[in-house]
Write a protein that binds this ligand. Structure first.
Ligand code: NAP
Ligand code: MG
Length: 479
């Protein structure tokens, strides 16, 4: 069993002031894996003080200095990528393929942000005014467990690119991943205090960050419920917030879609990251005229998925992260039947032979109405609702009839038609005829999927405050 009893403040691994402990279970085996000592509000105070002190010099660094730091962070994370993958597979239960991609994305986020800096203008003009984009101050970063390295690295990269320093509260469920990632980041030998990491519960450490008067902005990824709580708490000090929250993303299959492409896309979209993904395409909106054919193909594709030990290279779905997540998904599977939906495949309980860990059966419901809870609420497991429509207008209306607006998918054999429908979907990202990865594209949601955008220019600007200067002489450039 691992014991994690240190946090990272001012360039050093320290024993936290907090003494509360939490036990983490290996999701694949159900065995006790890690005991983690949680920080408390005094630890947050120490971390914020370190970040605030470091901010004085760091906020004045040049683009070149920040780019050099991002390069070092990239190298430090990339240097231990195989170990990072192993720890993630073991602690989180993500499949080997997912964890490899996730670690690579985490390491590359520093490089992409460095690249972005090369051409990013911190100084602009508005009429006769000189407008300087200045860092906000100390940033609080609060992340979930479903891709821990990626969230921490991309948010940290953006904060540092902007000239901010950071206090990070990862999910306590990711303690072993946090430990090895912190070791990597430490190896980059940055000036002390640029980033600080405090393990701890949302209730204590998360709330302390939200309330802290010396934190200027919070970047949060997680549930919509907690996002709203943070936004409310942030008001007292008028913190800026970037919130990446939940989704119930529609996947619209138009009646001319090429099913050889659209069905594998639909299956990947709801089972990606074992279904624990905010952008999962969990509502498959299909033409009634092709329902039978689509049902048949979906069932064949889902039944062929390999659920099992995430360390096996051919596993496509691993366990869910913990007992609470397993129970949540079971609750929704039961609810689907109670609400009158029909089970196409999957259903309650563990897949045969996988009774020890938090494995669930990839599950598909048909005859789902868009007003059922399984079509409205984020389940965060591999559960798909198939909803049928009679006209394109109805398909678009169903797709947009949700409180969320993070992501949408559309498939059509006619590109112009796909474009037309995509333009009408209310979502921060729309994928047309496939799955894509564009790290420079803005990411974030309409409606209750969040506030603000991450990544690329839009993400960086969310960490900057414009300052208009009039009567400024450009002869003494500081940027
Ligand atoms: P969560 O409760 O929203 O947690 C996300 C992060 O916020 C964690 O670090 C959490 O810490 C922290 N937190 C919790 N309460 C807080 C508070 N009062 N103030 C400040 N920070 C707080 O998500 P979760 O418990 O990990 O998962 C629950 C559900 O959230 C999932 O079933 C899913 O629906 C959704 N979710 C969405 C995403 C996404 O990418 N959009 C990611 C993960 C989860 P603790 O873990 O210590 O409470
Ligand atoms: Mg939680």
């Amino acid at each position: 069993m691992k014991t994690i009893d240190q946090i990272y403040i001012n360039g050093q691994f320290l024993t936290p002031h907090g003494t509360q402990q939490q036990e983490l279970i290996n999701p694949t085996t159900g065995q006790l894996a890690t005991r983690v000592v949680l920080g408390d509000a005094a630890d947050v105070d120490a971390a914020v003080a370190a970040a605030k002190a470091a901010y004085v010099a760091y906020s004045r660094t040049s683009k070149q200095e920040r780019m050099a730091i991002l390069q070092r962070l990239h190298e430090a994370v990339a240097a231990r990528s195989e170990e990072l993958v192993q720890v993630m597979v073991e602690e989180y239960g993500g499949t080997l393929a997912f964890c490899r991609a996730s670690v690579q994305r985490a390491a590359n986020s520093f490089l992409q942000t460095k690249q972005l800096l090369e051409t990013f203008d911190f100084v602009r003009t508005a009429g006769s005014a000189r407008v300087v984009l200045e860092p906000l101050g100390v940033v609080g970063i609060i992340t979930p467990w479903n891709s821990s390295y990626g969230f921490i690295c991309s948010k940290l990269a953006t904060a540092l690119a902007a000239g901010s320093t950071a206090v990070i509260k990862p999910s306590e469920l990711s303690a072993a991943q946090t430990q090895i990632l912190a070791e990597c980041l430490h190896a980059a030998q940055l000036p002390p205090g640029l980033f600080n990491i405090v393990n701890g519960s949302g209730e204590i450490v998360g709330n302390a960050i939200t309330a802290h008067p010396d934190i200027a902005k919070i970047s949060f990824t997680g549930s919509t419920a907690v996002g709203k709580h943070i936004a409310r708490g942030a008001i007292d000090t008028l913190k800026r917030v970037t919130l990446e929250l939940g989704g119930k993303s529609p996947n619209v299959l138009l009646d001319d879609a090429d099913l050889d492409l659209a069905i594998p896309t639909a299956v990947a979209a709801f089972t990606f990251n074992s279904g624990q993904a905010c952008l999962a395409g969990t509502r498959l909106i299909v033409p009634a005229s092709r329902l039978e054919e689509i049902k048949q193909r979906i069932k064949v594709a889902v039944d062929a998925l390999k659920v099992g030990d995430p360390a096996n290279a051919d596993t496509q779905i691993g366990p869910l992260v913990n007992a609470a997540q397993y129970a949540r998904v079971q609750r929704y599977i039961a609810l689907g039947t109670e609400e009158g939906a029909t089970l196409l495949t999957g259903g309650a309980g563990h897949p045969a032979g996988l009774e020890n860990g938090y494995f669930v059966k990839p599950t598909v419901f048909v005859n789902v109405r868009n007003d059922m809870a399984i079509a409205r609420e984020e389940i965060f497991g591999p559960v798909l609702s198939i909803i049928s429509y009679d006209s394109e207008e109805e398909a678009i209306a169903i797709a947009n009839d949700t409180v969320y607006g993070l992501q949408a998918y559309v498939s059509s054999g006619d590109q112009a038609r796909a474009n037309r429908v995509a333009a009408q979907l209310v979502a921060g990202r729309v994928f047309i005829n496939g799955l894509y990865d564009e790290p420079l594209a803005p990411f974030g949601g309409f409606k209750q999927s969040g506030i603000g955008r991450e990544f690329g220019t839009y993400g960086l600007e969310a960490y900057l405050e414009p300052k208009a200067m009039m009567g400024y002489s450009a002869s003494n450039e500081i940027y």
